[in-house]
Ligand binder design. Structure first.
Ligand code: B4P
Length: 198
């Protein structure tokens, strides 16, 4: 299973990625988590990423793409992976396509999780009380939502044109959303089987 999980900040990508990846026994790869781990350890990558993250901006493509290429080359990704929060820009889509082309495999599905902006803001503010993440202040959250709408939202169309996209409502309990994602993946897989049947 090679799966992408997309969606605005707060839609529940990180939460669902852990559950869905476990279900399919593939690694969940969150670019946000990798950046945060590097920021905590103050590596060169973390130092380069921190200013962008704290402001709610995307880390530049060349940094992000190199990091993902290195991660996908690790042995645990050979049988599949779930990418959470990557790609987020057109250049990242191009990079991922060429990485997959090199290995001769394609994506199985792209799940777009969505929820209305008020719900997104309130979830992230609740998280800021629990975890104190530097980018979960209200002004930075609003900026992250703007950046998502301008740069990442439109990418869904290109995956829809390739018949890879499934839109899933991110409102409801975590279990309800998980069930919706699994149902969407099953439905996409049966449609493909029906289409490819002689
Ligand atoms: P991320 O860590 O990916 O941050 P995010 O978009 O806010 O998603 P996150 O996974 O944290 O939130 P989620 O929706 O799961 O990225 C952080 C930063 O890293 C970016 O702003 C950027 O600077 C940089 N970055 C990352 N990837 C990049 C890339 N590809 N290119 C460039 N820069 C990149 O969940 C949010 C909250 O909702 C959680 O607290 C959760 O508990 C709660 N929640 C989840 N499901 C719920 C439900 N059903 N009901 C109620 N609450 C729920």
């Amino acid at each position: 299973m090679r799966l992408l999980l997309m969606g605005p900040p707060g839609a529940g990508k990180g939460t669902q990625a852990a559950v869905i990846a476990e279900r399919f026994a593939v690694p969940a790869i969150s670019t946000g988590d990798i950046f945060r781990a590097n920021v905590t350890q103050q590596t060169a990558l973390g130092v380069a990423a921190q200013t962008y993250m704290d402001a709610g901006e995307y880390v530049p493509d060349e940094i992000t793409n190199a990091m993902v290429a290195a991660r996908l080359a690790e042995r645990d990704c050979a049988g599949g992976f779930l990418l959470d929060g990557y790609p987020r820009t057109p250049q990242q889509v191009v990079e991922l396509d060429s990485l997959l082309e090199l290995t001769g495999v394609g994506l199985d599905a792209v799940v777009l999780l969505d929820a209305d902006p008020d719900e997104l803001v309130s979830r992230l503010l609740a998280r800021s009380e629990e975890q104190g993440r530097a980018d979960d202040t209200e002004s930075v959250i609003r900026r992250r939502l703007e950046v998502y709408a301008a740069e990442t939202g439109p990418l869904a169309d290109s995956y829809a044109e390739r018949d890879l996209l499934s839109r899933v409502d991110g409102l409801g309990t975590v279990d309800e959303v998980t069930e919706r994602i699994l149902a969407a993946l099953t439905s996409m897989s049966s449609q493909r089987t029906a289409t490819s049947a002689p």
